[in-house]
Design a protein around this ligand. Sequence first.
Ligand code: SF4
Length: 68
Amino acid sequence: MKKSVRMTIDENICPANHPCPSIRVCSEKAIKQKYFLAGLPIIDQDKCIQCGKCIRFCPMGAIKAIEE
Ligand code: SF4
C-alpha cells in the first residue's frame, strides 16, 4: 500500500514573526499566514501536492514531511 505524505510546520521551531519564505516558492499557493507577513504559516493539505519545495526554502527547518 502506498504511503501518503503530509507537510507539517513545527510550531516549536518556526518563530512565526517574519514573512514565511516558503510561501513564495509554493506553486500551489498552499501556504498562508494568519497575519500580514507574520503568524504561524498553515499548509492547506487540499492544495498541497507534496512537492517538498517549502521544506528546502524554510531557513529554520520547520517544515517536515510526515508519512502517514
Ligand atoms: S510541498 Fe509543495 S505544494 Fe505543498 S506546501 Fe510545500 S511547496 Fe506548497
